[in-house]
Structures are given as C-alpha cells and as structure tokens.
Design a protein around this ligand. Structure first.
Ligand code: DHB
Ligand code: MG
Length: 237
C-alpha cells in the first residue's frame, strides 16, 4: 500500500476527508482485485494524447462496469464517449466473443487512438466505433432499427446527458441498464445556481429519470483516484 503523505492516522475521524487516503484505498483494492493487463495500461496511458487527457474511468470503476455488464447478462452495450477506449475494452471483454459494443466518439483524433487500442486488445471484431456527434450517431442507429441494447454507458459531454438518455430509451429493451458517469463532480451537482451547463446536464437528466415511469434508479457517490464523483444507475422496467 502507498504510504499516505498526510498525517491522519488510520482511525482519525477526519481521514475520510483525505483525498490521499482515497487514493491509497483505491490503490490497495485495485492492486488486490483488479488485473490491468498491458493492453489496458496502454489504453489508459494513451488517453494523454486525446482531447480529454485522463478522463477515463478508474480501473476499479471499470471493473465495476464490467461486473454490472455480466451480472445483467448484457451482450449488447452502447457507449456514449469512447475517448481512448479504456472502458470500451472492459465492456468488450465483459460481453464476450459473441457480444457487441457500439461506442460513439465525437473526435476523429480520439477514435484513431481507440482503434489502435481495440486492435491491440483483440476486440476490434466486437466493437463498432462510430465517429461524429453522439446524438446524430444515435439517431442513425434508431433510424436503422438496430437491435436493442442491454446496457448503455453515458460518459460524453455532460450538457447532452438528457439527449443521450432520450436516445438510450429508444435503443434499449425492457430490463436494460443505463449508467451515467460523473454525476457528482466534487459536489457541483447540488450547486443549483444553474450557470454551469455540465451541472445543468446532470440535474436535467436526473430529473428526467426521476419522472420516467419505466425507470428505477439510484446514484452512488465515489471517492478515489479520480477524486469525488459518482455514478447514476437506472434500470428499465
Ligand atoms: C470529464 C469527463 C469525464 O467523463 C470524466 O470521467 C472526467 C472528466 C471532463 O469533461 O472533464
Ligand atoms: Mg466520465
């Protein structure tokens, strides 16, 4: 375990507020439980060349996404926001050789990096990467009557979260799982001043989910190597 550089003893009542302790605990569980092979390490490292360096999910969060995929028995996954394809590879492995992941990425520069990572991971055959604005790509999937998805991961530009949810609802079956990343952002979600469009995107999608008669949902805060953030998880009845 990494030595903490802060002075909170392990039993200190303030240790829970320590970002260093969060990182130490992430490091402990990641080392103990998660196998990141060379392909995943390369995918993570390659994210520094993308338009949003280091925005990919943490290893233990990616493993959680993979486990949810398998617990749900999901074989078809739709992802909004590919970046370097780190979480995509976790999904691709979770759905197995007979599964499919469709991942939507705005930036061709990021897509090029992701494609290399999919090839290195030997999952290129089960990953379809579509480049362009996520909403337009999703609309084309809807128009083409694509087979319904079992799980949708929304992890792209936050102001578009409500639009991505609306598309996800047209692209999923009963029982499908919808997961939204970055719903806490250092607590910004409860800053109701309404000036940050990313916060607005999270609050609006939360409201839409709350008001949707077919969705059961919760949100879980996370702390760790990525700071203080959280995931919203919804299931379609
Ligand atoms: C940002 C986006 C993400 O999806 C993330 O996990 C972290 C940061 C961002 O837009 O800065
Ligand atoms: Mg994210």
């Amino acid at each position: 375990m990494t030595e903490s550089t802060e002075s909170y003893p392990a039993t200190s009542p303030n240790r829970y507020e320590s970002a260093t302790a969060w990182r130490d605990v992430d490091a402990y569980f990641t080392k103990a439980l998660i196998t990141e092979d060379d392909v995943l390490i390369q995918a993570r490292d390659s994210s520094v060349k993308t338009t949003l360096p280091n925005a990919e999910v943490a290893a233990n969060q990616a493993a959680f996404l993979g486990l949810v995929t398998q617990i749900a028995g999901a074989k078809r996954v739709l992802e909004f926001g590919t970046l370097a394809g780190y979480s995509t590879i976790w999904f691709a492995r979770a759905v197995g050789a007979a599964g499919q992941v469709v991942t939507l990425e705005l930036e061709e520069r990021n897509a090029q990096i992701a494609r290399e990572n999919f090839t290195a991971a030997h999952v290129a055959d089960r990953v379809e990467l579509i480049v362009g604005p996520g909403i337009e790509s999703a609309q084309r999937l809807i128009a083409s009557n694509v087979a319904p998805f079992d799980l949708v991961f929304i992890d792209a530009d936050k102001p578009s979260n409500p639009d991505y949810l609306a598309a996800a609802l047209q692209l999923t079956r009963s029982g499908a799982v919808i997961i939204i990343d970055n719903v806490v952002r250092n607590g910004a979600v409860v800053d109701a001043s309404g000036t940050d469009p990313r916060v607005e995107g999270v609050r609006k999608v939360t409201e839409a989910i709350a008001n949707h008669p077919e969705l059961d949902a919760t949100a879980i805060q996370t702390v760790g190597i990525k700071g203080w953030d959280g995931l919203l998880i919804a299931r379609r009845r």
